[in-house]
Design a protein around this ligand. Sequence first.
Ligand code: ARG
Length: 518
Amino acid sequence: MTEESAHDGGPEPESTIETDGGNGEGVVRRDRFSGGPARSFLSSLAADERIFEADLEVDRAHVLMLAEQGIVEDDVAGDILTAIDAIEVDGHGSLPDGEDVHEAIETAVIERIGAEGGKMHTARSRNDEVAACIRYRLREDVLDALETTLALREALVAVAEANAETIMPGYTHLQPAQPITVAHWACSYEGAVRRDTERLLEAYGRINESPLGGAAFAGTTFNIDRERTAELLGFEGVPASSARGSSAEQRSAVVVENSMDASSSRDFLLETTQALSTHATTLSGLAEDLVIFANRGFVDLADDYSSTSSIMPQKKNPDTLELVRAVAGDAAGSVQGLTTTLKGLPRAYNRDLQRATTHAWDTVDAVTEASEVAAGAVATADWNEETLAAEAGEGFSTATGVADLLAANGLPFRTAHEMVAHAAENGGDYGALDSAAREVLGEPLESFVDPEAVEDALDPVESVASRDSQGGPAPEAVAAQLEAAREALSADEETLEETSDALEAAHEALREEVNGYV
Ligand code: ARG
């Protein structure tokens, strides 16, 4: 949507901002800068649709604080707050022209109630305002992204629960390596996605701080209350959670203290984009595994997560997962773009920052969608137990278990490794192992180890069962991993719920306060 199409038919700003007090000069100074060929290049109004609601909330909190501090008269605050409500009903598309949403909303307020509306911009700047709006909106977006990481963990846990004993081949270098279970594979990704969740929660904690009141960068002469606007907007730092030791009573407003830091720092954007990019990288590996597993007939993806060919009627392709895999590229590109934009920027505000923001929006949208799709694909996939079992021992994948067995019976592991490697070249069955023993060690295999134990070690099911070290694939070892996964998942679910509730509570409390004026 271009700015023009979004604002077609909107009132002309020049005709509306009469603040000259009758001296005939007409309008506020900004009109001198409002035209020209670079107008659309300068404007972020179309992209600012994303922060329209956030800006109205930030405006409300700021105006309330100004009234409470006696900086703006109560009746003027009431008029401004009433106008803001009306502007919300009309929507972003009805805003008058402006360099950005902040300017356009202020213009719209002045159009409705006259020059007194301009008092809303007392003791602030668009610099602290936009930083507050981005943080306000990004909080919600990161919560949505976090939801999808939880859904994915839930899906992986369910796959693990249903497949504790489903044997499958495990790979290194894409070569058959050692048999594992589908549950062990699923838990490996659950652990990674759990850390992705933690990184996003940490980023959330630093997004959730209020820059409002930093003004242009150098503070203000007015007696503002920064804690109050932070409180009204629910900026309370780390995610709310009793699980994390912060009850609702303990939580309090958090401001970005230094006014120059508050108005100009965007490390929270970078940190969030990086955390999302890391999650996208995890997703890309998961997607790639599933693409390979589908290719080998290990897993059937649900039709909903597949696509067909426009020419080859027999095809069922894992397109959605290929797109999930590709999102990691978009996210990494955004991290690069954002870093390069921010690198070397002088203090304090520079307009480059306008273009920094969109990298974060693009990333959070793409990664949230990819994460959601990955969760759906995992939850609906069908694992082919028979194919998996038949392939689990492929490529003499039980070789390590045989070497371990020989080592457990007193042979140095290096010698055992060499001997089993010989056997591998001749098929890796009992006969091959016996010949290798005679050749390498000069004695039959049974003089080192019980033949039955060797047969067991050659069996993929037994092989998996015997690898019961902490974190290993043996069903009881995976059961312990699953228990930890479930515990962490419910703790994070609680954190997320309480954090969303805290935001909702702040929103409602702000509304109550506004109702006292309108
Ligand atoms: N649209 C601007 C942005 O996104 C808002 C701040 C403008 N401030 C300024 N000093 N020109 O960064």
